[in-house]
Design a protein. Structure first.
Length: 373
């Protein structure tokens, strides 16, 4: 059965556009956003997800958290917004930020061909690193397929325990046929961006991202799992398939610097606040990051756009949110979005949504949070 467009969008780490925006914007009054608690309860009630949690943050209001459902279906432990989880493709924004920091430092150029940094790696089957720039990688205009497509039918037990190397993932992608569209979402782009970071700095990309972002921002609950299949500390379990198979223990090396980070809603909000407020990049660097191109309407919605590791999508109350979404095959899903007034929301669930109605409800909850008076 073909996956509904809304569901496919979230499961590939992308956003879905909200309803067409009206002409007015809002300012949050710092109280619990009307309707948001109900929206959370709908996710675990009518839509029957295992658990859902949210943290809102704003410069003048501090933080507000709430959760519904269960973090662990076996023990009945309640969901908690402070639990760690796998944030999937939200990792891409961390990686893109590090690449842009290196561009700020003149250690690389966004418009230099990939071939200069990784000679001979992207060649064959119609692909040529001489025709792909670093910018193309970050905004998904490289014309490269996603190595994940080669794993779609892989045995789950093998997949969740296999340790991939970045070059193995690139090799898998290059064996696939090219995408038909100019813009094509591909985690392989970010695997290559990580190899560029390693080439330029002489350190593994994970260590460089930690050194530049995770440690300076004191994101104490954010870390790379490496070869470990476990999540350290207090965390929600995660579930996938209609039988609610527990997918918490999983080797996420297939995501690498495009999808392997473990974090919390608070840490993710802290990161996006620092990024969008100019603490991590120069003004020109942040402008480059926010310079978007139209994405695939089936993935981003008719008005959704993609920058350099950033998604923008319309709000029903006017303007757009900026952020990223992410998921992992084992069941954790994250949406992190910031409104123009500085208000932020990170919404997480611990079970893969199975219908387009559920995915639409997730996006609507984010809209409710960012459009509250």
């Amino acid at each position: 059965m073909k996956t509904p467009a809304l569901l496919l969008a979230l499961l590939t780490g992308m956003a879905v556009a909200a309803p067409h925006p009206t002409s007015h914007a809002t300012t949050w009054n710092c109280e619990a956003p009307p309707g948001l608690q109900h929206a959370l309860e709908e996710l675990t009630g009518r839509h029957q997800l295992a658990g859902a949690a949210v943290e809102m943050a704003a410069p003048t209001c501090g933080r507000w958290t709430s959760a519904t459902g269960r973090a662990d279906l076996r023990t009945g432990r309640p969901m908690n917004a402070e639990d760690r989880l796998r944030i999937g493709s939200v990792t891409k924004t961390f990686t893109a930020t590090t690449v842009l920091q290196l561009a700020d430092e003149k250690r690389l150029s966004l418009d230099t061909p990939l071939e200069r940094y990784l000679p001979g790696l992207v060649r064959g089957n119609g692909y040529d690193g001489r025709d792909i720039t670093v910018r193309d990688l970050l905004r998904h205009t490289s014309g490269l397929p996603d190595h994940g497509d080669s794993l779609a039918t892989a045995d789950i037990d093998w997949l969740r325990h296999h340790q991939f190397t970045p070059r193995e993932l690139v090799s898998r992608a290059l064996q696939l046929p090219p995408p038909k569209a100019t813009w094509h979402y591909s985690t392989t782009n970010y695997i290559l961006a990580g190899l560029v970071i390693e080439k330029v700095t002489g350190r593994p990309a994970e260590k460089e991202i930690s050194r530049r972002i995770i440690k300076p921002l004191k994101l104490r609950d954010t870390y790379w799992p490496g070869k470990s299949e476990h999540i350290r500390g207090r965390h929600s379990r995660s579930y996938f398939t209609t039988e609610r198979v527990d997918g918490t223990e999983w080797n996420t090396s297939a995501g690498g610097v495009g999808g392997a980070l473990i974090s919390t809603p608070r840490d993710v909000n802290t990161f996006f606040a620092a990024l969008l407020n100019g603490r991590l990049l120069s003004r020109p660097g942040l402008a480059e990051m926010r310079n978007t191109v139209p994405g695939d309407p089936d993935r981003l919605g008719p008005d959704g756009r993609y920058g350099l590791g950033l998604i923008t999508s319309p709000l029903s109350c006017g303007d757009h949110w900026t952020g990223h979404t992410g998921s992992v095959r084992g069941g954790h899903n994250t949406i992190s979005a910031a409104a123009p007034d500085g208000r932020q929301v990170t919404l997480v669930i611990n079970e893969s949504p199975r219908t387009d109605a559920t995915t639409a409800a997730l996006i609507a909850a984010v809209d409710t949070a960012l459009c509250a008076d």
